[in-house]
Design a protein around this ligand. Structure first.
Ligand code: ZN
Ligand code: ZN
Length: 258
């Protein structure tokens, strides 16, 4: 028994085993995707990843929902602002945010299947519903994605917003500008003195866009939590000369209401 036990304790063997099971998991998923043998993630009945009736039910919006006039969260209390926005201004650079759905129930489950469990084919469903709201409220405005945090692509291999942008560009022919870059992904020597001292801004204008700044821009992200990230991005875009900055996110994290 002892040699076998030592064999299992070997770090290299453990690593190889982890790699092997990871590869098998990917292969199984790819096969399921190609052969269509995985059942609907919501109803477990239909032989597709997310069946059409579950898609429609999950992403159906009640008519005449009331939204916070600042951050766009859906309100249930007849007031004009949510608790946070009534208390103070979260958004000053950002002109308007539309976070479409509450991040709850099956919607939360699907986003987690997409982001955390890496079911990348879900991007087509999210892109479909994203496009619906884009066409309705923000038609022909240039899209700008919120850049992923540093190391994410390296660790995970992909970023859900990059995928979303690819589908929106390729399938829906939307115009996209990579106007924002992360500053904290850069090496210290590339950061300004101010940034090094204060921790500074996390985003900066992509120098490629100097001189070709669009008048209106639509930021896109998956979940609106506090809104701080969107506001920070909007500040950079406004100081670069963009006149109006809007944001469209798939979900918002609901707040308790007074
Ligand atoms: Zn279903
Ligand atoms: Zn609000």
């Amino acid at each position: 028994m002892k040699p076998f036990y030592n064999f299992l304790k070997n770090a290299k063997v453990q690593f190889d085993f982890a790699l092997f099971s990871f590869a098998m998991q990917k292969l199984r998923r790819l096969a399921a995707f190609l052969l269509g043998s995985e059942n609907c993630a919501v109803c477990k009945k239909q032989n597709v990843f997310l069946c059409n009736s579950c898609f429609c039910k999950t992403f159906a919006l009640a008519k005449n929902v009331r939204r916070c006039k600042k951050c766009g969260r859906i309100l249930n209390n007849g007031k004009n602002y949510c608790v946070d926005c009534a208390g103070g201004n979260i958004f000053s650079a950002l002109d308007l945010a539309l976070p479409v759905f509450a991040y709850t129930g099956n919607r939360k489950k699907l986003l987690q299947l997409w982001k955390m469990e890496q079911n990348r084919q879900l991007v087509f469903y999210f892109a479909r519903f994203f496009y619906k709201y884009y066409a309705k409220y923000f038609n022909s405005i240039v899209l700008v994605g919120v850049p992923p945090r540093p190391g994410k692509i390296f660790n995970q291999g992909w970023d859900q917003i990059d995928d979303l942008v690819l589908v929106l560009q390729g399938k829906y022919k939307l115009q996209f500008a990579k106007m924002l870059l992360r500053t904290d992904g850069l090496q210290q020597k590339y950061r300004s003195r101010d940034q090094r001292i204060n921790g500074g801004a996390r985003y900066k204008l992509n120098p490629r866009y100097k001189g070709t700044i669009p008048k209106k821009v639509l930021l896109i992200d998956d979940v609106l939590t506090t809104g701080a990230t969107l506001e920070e991005c909007a500040e950079v875009l406004k100081s670069a000369g963009v006149e109006q900055v809007f944001a469209l996110t798939l979900f918002f994290v609901p707040k308790a209401e007074k």
